[in-house]
Design a protein around this ligand. Structure first.
Ligand SMILES: Nc1nc2c(ncn2[C@@H]2O[C@H](COP(=O)(O)OP(=O)(O)OP(=O)(O)O)[C@@H](O)[C@H]2O)c(=O)[nH]1
Ligand SMILES: [Mg+2]
Length: 193
């Protein structure tokens, strides 16, 4: 997959001008958004950190010259100033509600922690804005098979999803092919070839 970083902005109106469809990657801080993108890209383009709150802007990656993958700032990180937290929330909400080229929100969820009201709020926002959502459980390598299967059912129930969430591990590469296939199926134009 051909990918390059094209823009880092706080306000989506300052983002790239190209008409290509956009796929956003959203989720709580530290859930593994940047790691997942690097795994999909097959190279380390996005900055990863053990400290939550690493990604603070909307980062646009041009993929195969026909689509943007957008790494969103994580939500729910308590250690930054309230005013800054609010402005991130506003920027992300604004983007999800108003960006016409946004065709899919990939909502990342950590299967090891109870469902957060913030995850519920993201899903509610996407539903309200009529944005298709794909829920993906990250860090699949950190759980046993049995535990992961149980958490998939729990998250499906908690978030009232029609389908089981996908599972993904940036560490092992598990779920990479399935995720790319699911994204490609939801785009108006082919992602590959
Ligand atoms: N075991 C395991 N750890 C992971 C995986 N993906 C990410 N991590 C770890 O989780 C931490 C956060 O990863 P990031 O990719 O920076 O998370 P993020 O969602 O981009 O975080 P923010 O930019 O702060 O919102 C890092 O310490 C990663 O090494 C995974 O698949 N398995
Ligand atoms: Mg990040």
């Amino acid at each position: 997959m051909l990918a390059s970083l094209r823009a880092c902005v706080a306000d989506f109106r300052q983002g790239p001008r190209e008409p290509w469809p956009q796929v956003a990657f959203a989720g709580r801080s530290n859930v593994g958004k940047s790691s997942l993108l690097n795994a999909l890209f097959g190279q380390k383009l996005a900055q990863v950190s053990k400290t939550p709150g690493k990604t603070r802007t909307l980062n646009y990656y041009l993929v195969n010259n026909r689509c943007f993958f957008v790494d969103l700032p994580g939500y729910g990180f308590a250690a930054v100033a309230k005013s800054e937290r609010e402005s991130w929330g506003r920027n992300v909400t604004d983007y999800i509600v108003h960006e016409e080229r946004l065709k899919l929100v990939v909502a990342l969820v950590d299967p090891r922690v109870p469902t957060s009201p913030l995850d519920q709020a993201l899903l509610a926002l996407c539903r309200e804005a009529a944005r298709p959502v794909l829920v993906v459980l990250t860090k699949a390598d950190a759980l046993s098979r049995g535990a992961l299967a149980a958490e998939r059912l729990r998250v499906q129930r908690d978030l009232q999803l029609e389908d089981l969430p996908l599972v993904f591990s940036a560490k092992s590469g598990e779920g990479k092919r399935e995720l790319l296939k699911a994204i490609a199926e939801r785009l108006p134009t082919p992602l590959f070839g």
